[in-house]
Design a protein around this ligand. Structure first.
Ligand code: GDP
Ligand code: IMO
Ligand code: MG
Length: 434
């Protein structure tokens, strides 16, 4: 039962989409287990660029099952647009499967997301305004719509009759944009969704477990990153789902002992979109230069990503929460020609050196990074030749940078990504499926 999870080790945008696509050549199923279309995963194959939000990266390669697990929140309206994009680019959704237990993001969730942000005032989270938080709130409050509800018209009618008046009152109370739908128009809309994707809805836990029993290869594709986890991230500056190792199991309906490998995707520096503490953050011209060099602009919202140096305190926390068995270091090419590379190895908080990522936001706001400075590298003219040369022929200082991280975390960096394209990857392991 070979299975591997791909999880972001920082605050998202580490390159999970690229690496999922690289590894899914030999996978049979690619499963999203949490989050929704707040994600923005970029896949570049030759000249084609796919920007996926709600769809698993498996849709890019024909013949795979691309599964939206029960832990995901799905916006079926926006998924329709995304499906069109994939079809126009020669991809296929024949293999798309959606869990009957996955919750739906409704229009009022998006409106409430915006309204909640307004109420937070100076404590704004900086959400993607995709309705993710409000959709998960309804799941926990037991008033969410699930994909499977679309297949049961009577149940759908009944739910609409009590949820919609409640949501209308709530929008009104929060002075949010009102919901123009009637119970009847919403029912009609939802039955339209059923027409389009009803055949994809099934018990995906059974599908995944059967595939594992049959010895098929399964990839679990994380969204966001460990530091945005609802429990273990920089709360309240987090997303509303379980992004770490445990989320793979609850979000896809597999038991923990079915997971073989966990790849932590680590950007060679650190970025974050939205508000919240970021100890190794750069400022001014230095931050802008790294942002420009790395093309650090959000795929979902277009916002500039905040940038800083690699933070090993963050990565140690992520490793503990996710159980990384391998690291995949991405975007290391962006650090070319920088003479010195500080790496954060501890925080100084109120005069004390701290090695474990604290829960307290105020402590994090007072934390100063303790850096070890590594030497940078030069001479990166021919990426193709470097990839051919393999790991041992990478510049020595680059290998030292990678090996410093490996030693600190005691996890091998089995994949090194040196460019956005599928092929711009150095694979030190080769066979991921044994
Ligand atoms: P995800 O959300 O983790 O899938 O990552 P995003 O797609 O949001 O952001 C990663 C960005 O970096 C995308 O534009 C990728 O095309 C790009 N990228 C991925 N890996 C590499 C790499 O190794 N080098 C460079 N230069 N770009 C990369
Ligand atoms: P991928 O999968 C980076 C951030 C938002 C905000 C916080 C909460 O592409 O790595 P939400 O809309 O989820 O309630 O916003 O989480 N965020 C992401 N940041 N990459 C993502 O996804 C993100 N998804 C959400 O910016 O700070
Ligand atoms: Mg992204």
């Amino acid at each position: 039962m070979p299975s591997l999870a791909i999880i972001g080790a920082q605050w998202g945008d580490e390159g999970k989409g690229k690496i999922t696509d690289y590894l899914d050549e030999k996978a049979d199923l690619i499963v999203r287990f949490q989050g929704g279309n707040n994600a923005g995963h970029t896949i570049i194959v030759d000249d084609k660029v796919f920007k996926l939000h709600g769809l698993p990266s498996g849709v890019v390669r024909p013949g795979k099952l691309a599964v939206i697990g029960n832990g995901v929140v799905v916006n079926l309206e926006e998924l329709g647009d995304e499906i069109n994009q994939v079809l126009e680019n020669g991809g296929s959704i024949d293999g798309l499967r959606i869990s009957d237990r996955a919750h739906l993001i409704m229009n009022y969730h998006k409106k409430l997301d915006g309204a909640e942000e307004k109420y937070r005032g100076k404590n704004v989270v900086g959400t993607t305004k995709k309705g993710i938080g409000p959709a998960y709130q309804d799941k926990i409050a037991r008033i969410g719509f699930r994909a499977g509800d679309l297949l049961e018209e009577d149940l759908l009618k009944d739910k609409i009759s009590f949820v919609i008046p409640y949501k209308k009152d709530l929008l009104n109370m929060m002075e949010a944009e009102p919901c123009s739908c009637t119970n009847e128009s919403l029912l009609e809309k939802m039955l339209g969704w059923k027409e389009r994707i009803g055949d994809c809805i099934c018990d995906t836990s059974v599908l995944i477990n059967d595939a594992l029993d049959d010895g098929k290869n399964v990839i679990f594709e994380g969204a966001q990153g460990a530091m945005l986890d609802i429990d273990h991230g920089t709360y309240p500056y987090v997303t509303s789902s379980a992004t770490c190792g445990g989320g793979v199991c609850t979000g896809s309906g597999i038991a923990p002992n079915r997971l073989d490998k966990v790849i932590g995707v680590v950007k060679a520096y650190t970025t974050r979109v939205g508000e919240g503490p970021f100890v190794s953050e750069l400022s001014g011209e230095e931050e802008l230069a790294l942002q420009k060099k790395g093309g650090e602009f959000g795929v979902t919202t277009g916002r500039g990503r905040r940038c800083g140096w690699l933070d090993l305190v963050v990565l140690e926390h992520a490793k503990r929460m996710c159980g990384f068995t391998s690291l995949c270091i991405t975007k290391i090419d962006v650090l070319n020609d920088i003479p010195e590379l500080p790496v954060c190895v501890a925080y100084e908080i109120d005069g004390e050196e701290v090695k474990h990522f604290p829960a307290s936001i105020s402590k994090l706001n007072r934390a100063k990074p303790v850096y070890e400075t590594m030497k940078g590298w030069k001479g990166w003219d021919d990426t193709e030749a470097l990839i051919k040369g393999g790991y041992d022929n990478l510049p020595g200082e680059m290998r030292e940078y990678i090996e410093f991280t490996e030693k600190y975390l005691k996890v091998p960096a089995d994949l090194i990504s040196v460019g956005p394209d599928r092929d711009e990857t150095i694979d030190r392991k080769g066979d991921w499926w044994n």
